[in-house]
Write a protein that binds this ligand. Structure first.
Ligand code: HEM
Length: 492
């Protein structure tokens, strides 16, 4: 009895101390955290949705405690602008999950290094060399061939009356488009067992990085790796780095043997130029880890988006018909659309924006971290705080968007809102210094793959798909459809 009284007394002392310290320091409001676990029980299986609910009560700058990780959730465009633009330098850090320590990736990776010289050099290479308009134009033909393979596969399914698993097809196509652009190689094949290594590794990385790891919330657990996440991440990262090193060494060797052979038009060629020119203070290790970041960063995000795009178009046949009509009038009978046609396809562009509004693949973006104490909107955000941006909540906020739950690409016609980081109500690629460097490639992949599928076939849902199946979400590295979309291609 005495022990219970003592425990209760300690609990109330802790509670009083917590409330008065929060008031004293004027931290953003938020739900009361339990001792040790904080607000973990309030996360649920879809944290972006739970945070959206909680923010309605606590406001657009809300504090929560994920175990011992103090986190602020940002849920309005005004607050996102304040943090990402006005105080961009302070909030340019990243919190680093334990899985990212695999193969010392956290110490070398562009995605996780602090904003300083090494990170700047890598961003410069991305912006000026890999993802420049000129470089992406040069590699268009490589991507064209991969889209032809998707078309051939869909054609086979059409002839056999067989459904296409859109997630699987999007994943294979994304991997192939990415590996063509980066290495001029084929990552994997449709209906093939032979090339599964790449696919297996990327799926493994996505699963491992997407799993909630208790060690991220209770650092005391880190050395024990109780869920085996660091160990498995070491395995997958190690295999992927070995593959990339293999491509790089092969290319260096072939350049040594044939210095006058025509140059390839992929990212690897850029890396070899950089190594030979010795222009940056970057090691080969930096460059292989950069390629890993690009490959992983672009795979799950694009795959998930492509599945949502086709899902929304299939359940909104009038919108699908409009995309088809536009493609017919702009592209005519050509089977494959060219990337240069994109500016002449405003309705397709509006469809992609609308999907990224309702289904941002990373609904909480990539976590940022406060590099020093900063007051925002009158509240103190202490150094080390993790910052999450609820892009999902902003995309569905009825005070920003009319009828936000309905799929209306038309809302983007005749107005200039874009996802390029200037319009804070639509930031699926983030904004500011660390905005997604791969956005120009993602833009091409999403538009071209959608155009290829819609232009060449009509699509029908496989028997037995319930309407409710289109709404369900599965939280992970990216938020995907809970049930895979299976649709049958038909001759138009
Ligand atoms: C639909 C496609 C994609 C979406 C929605 C997306 C989204 C994002 C977001 C939200 C961030 C964090 C930005 C921030 O902190 O402000 C990010 C960062 C990043 N993305 Fe993407 N991404 C996509 C495709 C790609 C592609 C195709 C690549 C590479 C080829 C890529 C590579 C990266 C890298 C390396 C970073 C880390 C940048 C840094 O921290 O400096 N992403 N992406």
């Amino acid at each position: 009895m005495e022990t219970i009284t003592l425990l209760l007394a300690l609990f109330f002392i802790a509670l009083t101390y917590f409330i008065s310290s929060r008031r004293r320091r004027n931290l953003p409001p938020g739900p009361f955290p339990l001792p040790i676990i904080g607000n973990m029980l309030q996360l649920g299986s879809k944290p972006h949705q739970s945070f959206a609910q909680l923010s309605k009560k606590y406001g657009p700058l809300m504090s929560i405690h994920l175990g011992s990780l103090y986190t602020v959730i940002v849920s309005s465009p005004e607050m996102a602008k304040e943090i990402l633009q006005k105080h961009g330098q302070v909030f340019s850090g990243r919190t680093i999950a334990q899985a990212v320590h695999a193969c010392d990736h956290d110490k070398i990776s562009m995605g996780f290094l602090p904003v300083a010289n090494t990170w700047r050099d890598m961003r410069k290479i991305c912006k000026e060399q890999m993802f420049s308009h000129h470089s992406l134009e040069a590699s268009e033909e490589l991507r064209h061939q991969k889209l032809q393979q998707l078309l051939d596969y869909a054609q086979k399914c059409c002839e056999a009356g067989r459904a296409v698993d859109i997630r699987e097809a999007s994943f294979i196509t994304t991997l192939n488009l990415m590996s063509a652009t980066m290495f001029s190689t084929q990552a994997t094949e449709f209906d093939s067992e032979a090339t599964k290594e790449f696919k297996e590794i990327i799926e493994g990385v996505a699963t491992i990085v997407g799993v909630a790891n208790f060690a991220d919330y209770f650092p005391i657990l880190k050395p024990f790796d109780l869920q085996g996440i660091k160990r498995r991440a070491d395995g997958y990262f190690g295999r992927l780095l070995k593959l990339i090193e293999g491509y790089l060494n092969e290319r260096l060797e072939s350049r040594r043997l044939n210095p006058d052979a025509p140059r390839k038009k992929d990212f690897l060629e850029t890396l070899v130029d950089i190594i030979e020119a010795n222009e940056y203070k970057l090691t080969t290790e930096h460059l292989t880890h950069l390629m890993l970041d690009l490959f992983v960063g672009g795979s799950e995000t694009n795959t998930t988006s492509l599945e949502w795009i086709m899902s929304e178009l299939v359940i909104n046949p009038d919108k699908m018909a409009k995309v088809k009509e536009e493609l017919k009038s702009v592209v005519g009978d050509e089977k494959l659309v060219n990337e240069s046609d994109m500016p002449r396809l405003p309705y397709l562009q509006a469809v992609i924006k609308e999907v990224l509004r309702i289904h941002p693949p990373g609904p909480l973006l990539l976590p940022r971290k406060a590099e020093s104490d900063q007051v925002v909107n009158g509240y103190l955000i202490p150094k080390g705080t993790q910052i999450l941006f609820n892009a999902w909540a902003m995309g569905r906020d009825p005070t920003i968007w009319k009828d936000p739950e309905s799929f209306e690409p038309e809302r983007f016609l005749n107005q200039s809102i874009d996802f390029k980081g200037q319009d804070f109500e639509l930031i699926p690629f983030g904004s500011g210094r660390r905005i997604c460097p791969g956005m120009p490639l993602a833009n091409r992949i999403l538009h071209m793959t959608t155009a290829t599928l819609v232009h060449n076939f009509d699509w029908k849902l496989e028997e037995g798909t319930a309407d409710a199946d289109h709404k369900g979400e599965l939280f992970g590295l990216a938020v995907r459809r809970a049930t895979p979309l299976r649709i049958i291609p038909l001759k138009p």
